[in-house]
Design a protein around this ligand. Structure first.
Ligand code: MLT
Length: 409
């Protein structure tokens, strides 16, 4: 028998969302008529916008008329140019075409990026955080075992709490790689310019790399809040950014995202020589990835067309209306709720001091509502619960009513 990667055995339980799916399926099997409302995984519930569908149809026809084989591994220029213009230039940020790497998802990118760093690198995560950051570093062998609360030895956890508005300041020590997500999954908090400025300053002082996950940038409602880490002076020398079409344009089943690595951001070799992270990621991307399908990239480019932009903005507005309904509906009933103003997630304290998973189980069995236990995102998530705004208004209103009836205080 071949020896396995022993580090995988350190992983706690299964991946969060399949575990939720397993519990929901088991309940559904025993209660086939239960009208379950899912506000768990942040998966879109609206179909692709018409402008996107039209672009896909057209691209399929083009592929039927002439061969479109392997695309450029970093993305077609029709897409990278649209990204540069609309996501960056429009906000005063200059990004070169060869600093953008189009991919099939930010989950993959945020999980794979650690590969280009040494296994001795120390990482920090805000706690709670998207589980992919921690799990992929565990798999790579950058940690020891987890303690009884699920805290892995060797990772610096930065607690996100009510006290710091769920945006922790940078660590007071050096780490090599710091993961940061704003608008935040799972807490729904958003970092302002000063807070991101502090992180950039810290990264530059400590020669650290910020891995900035901006998958939810389209949900920011205040135009003065930064959507990109590159809106902050100095970030080009220390940050890598990930953005996605998943939530902003309904691409969770279609898959398209991108990572930006400026040419000024460097790591170092064991000999201490500077190495371009842009070049290293490019090398990795070209070796392990053969570009996002032409039809999908055409669909992604259509997100930036006038119709596509208007239609996807309307979808985001609908989800954000749901977020407001949840925030106000549960807040008004006495629950402690956070987030949901610039993000599609509401972070709530579990009622009656229940643990996150106990509340999950009670909510499922008594109210037939599915959410996500906060502890699944890290030890500081214990005692909290995430509710997603991705569903119809009707379902969201029904879920709020059931939570209020079942658990109102
Ligand atoms: C979530 O619910 O946290 C996300 O949908 C998961 C993901 O984007 O992979």
């Amino acid at each position: 028998m071949a020896q396995i990667n022993q580090h995988f055995l350190k992983l706690q339980a299964g991946y969060l969302f399949p575990e939720i799916g397993r519990r929901v399926s088991a309940f559904q099997k025993d209660h086939p008529d239960a009208p379950i409302i899912k506000l768990g995984i942040g998966d879109v519930t609206k179909p692709l916008a018409p402008a996107i569908v039209e672009a896909m149809h057209q691209a399929v026809d083009e592929m039927g008329a002439e061969a479109h084989g392997y695309g450029p591994e970093n993305g077609y220029s029709f897409l990278t140019d649209a990204i540069r213009e609309h996501d960056y230039q429009a906000r005063g940020v200059k990004i070169a075409a060869d600093e953008i790497f189009v991919s099939d998802g930010s989950k993959q990118d945020s999980g794979n990026i650690q590969e280009i760093f040494g296994t001795d690198c120390q990482i920090s995560v805000t706690d709670p955080s998207y589980p992919v950051y921690v799990d992929t570093n565990v798999m790579a062998g950058r940690t020891g075992e987890a303690d009884s609360e699920g805290r892995y030895e060797g990772i610096i956890y930065l607690p996100a709490s009510e006290k710091n508005g769920f945006i922790p300041p940078p660590p007071d020590q050096r780490v090599d790689l710091a993961y940061l997500c704003s608008p935040n999954n799972p807490t729904g908090a958003v970092a302002n310019r000063d807070q991101l400025g502090q992180w950039v300053q810290w990264a530059r002082t400590h020669d650290a790399i910020l891995i900035f996950d901006a998958a939810y940038d389209a949900f920011i409602q205040d135009p003065d809040l930064p959507r990109s880490i590159f809106e902050i002076d100095g970030a080009r020398e220390c940050a890598i950014e990930m953005r996605s079409f998943s939530k902003r344009a309904g691409f969770t089943g279609t898959r398209c995202a991108y990572t930006v690595i400026p040419k000024e951001v460097f790591g170092r070799s064991v000999k201490g020589e500077p190495v371009s992270l842009n070049a290293l990621w490019g090398r990795r991307h070209a070796t392990k990835f053969n570009s996002v399908p032409y039809v999908i990239q055409k669909a992604a480019a259509a997100v930036f067309s006038p119709d596509g932009a208007a239609q996807t903005a309307a979808q985001v507005a609908d989800y954000m209306r749901n977020a407001r309904l949840i925030r106000e509906g549960l807040g008004g009933a006495g629950f402690s709720v956070f987030g949901g103003e610039h993000a599609p997630y509401i972070w709530m304290k579990t009622p009656n001091g229940l643990s996150s998973w106990d509340f999950f189980d009670q909510l499922l069995t008594r109210a037939h509502v599915v959410g996500t236990p906060g502890s699944g995102f890290g030890p500081s998530g214990e005692g909290y619960f995430r509710i997603s705004a991705f569903n119809s208004q009707e379902n969201v209103e029904a879920a709020i009513e059931r939570i209020r009836e079942g658990f109102g205080q």
